[in-house]
Design a protein around this ligand. Structure first.
Ligand code: 5RP
Length: 218
């Protein structure tokens, strides 16, 4: 099985968690793209989706799945999204695709966060993957200096503007052994919109594609 086949296997398994007549929270990325394609096969039995990015919205709509504004949705049972890293405690780094802020918002609304990933994303401690931080453009240099004070090495992601019109700093070498505390500290820097640590609100269920098949853990 290739890495992409493992992503696809996890994505297809996530269909088991979709109830009839519901609106589904949908994340962003290559694993989620497989999920959107799988969701299209059961589109007649769902009401539609809330999306965490323009890219996912376009793919959902191309499949004829209605995309709802989050403000018009009271209840979201599940949110399905990938991760760049995930621990056994189901805390994650996300934002490799620059969609972290909307992902965090939709995840906050959803009752259950289901993370879908291939097994290369599982790590004992977060932080090998550079931590994405979404920043208001005029605050970029200030925020970078503050991130250095927290022990990180921020790198400006050149040429990337988020769906919210902001920029991304990817922070290397950050000590993330206490991820909830670091999530709060970084979010406390003026000019930070949010950071890609999903520690306070981690996943509830992890669906992992492996060479031996798909495993589900809570
Ligand atoms: C996008 C994300 C993605 O979930 C994350 O980057 C994983 O992507 P992929 O499924 O392509 O490996 O957080 O902002």
């Amino acid at each position: 099985m290739t890495q992409d086949e493992m992503k696809k296997a996890a994505a297809v398994k996530a269909l088991d968690f979709i109830d009839n007549d519901t609106i589904v929270g949908v994340g962003t990325g290559s694993t989620v793209n497989h999920f959107i394609d799988a969701l299209a096969t059961i589109k007649e039995r769902i009401r539609g989706a809330v999306s965490s990015s323009e890219e996912s919205s376009r793919r959902l709509e191309a499949h004829g799945i209605e995309v709802f504004d989050l403000n018009s949705v009271d209840v979201l049972d599940v949110y399905i999204d990938g991760a760049d890293e995930v621990t056994e405690h189901l805390q994650m780094i996300k934002g490799g695709g620059a969609a972290l802020t909307r992902e965090k918002i939709v995840a906050a609304v959803a009752k259950t966060f289901i993370c879908i990933a291939d097994d290369s994303k599982q790590v004992p401690v977060l932080g090998q993957f550079p931590l994405p931080v979404e920043v208001i453009p005029m605050a970029r240099s200030y925020v970078a200096r503050e991130l250095v004070k927290l022990g990180g090495d921020p790198v400006y992601r050149q040429g990337v503007i988020t769906d919210n019109g902001n920029v991304i700093l990817d922070v290397h070498n950050m000590n993330l052994t206490a991820p909830s505390e670091m999530e709060e500290k970084i979010n406390g820097i003026v000019g930070v919109v949010t950071n890609g640590l999903f520690a306070h609100r981690g996943a509830d269920i992890l669906v992992t594609g492996t060479k031996a098949g798909v495993s589900v853990s809570k």
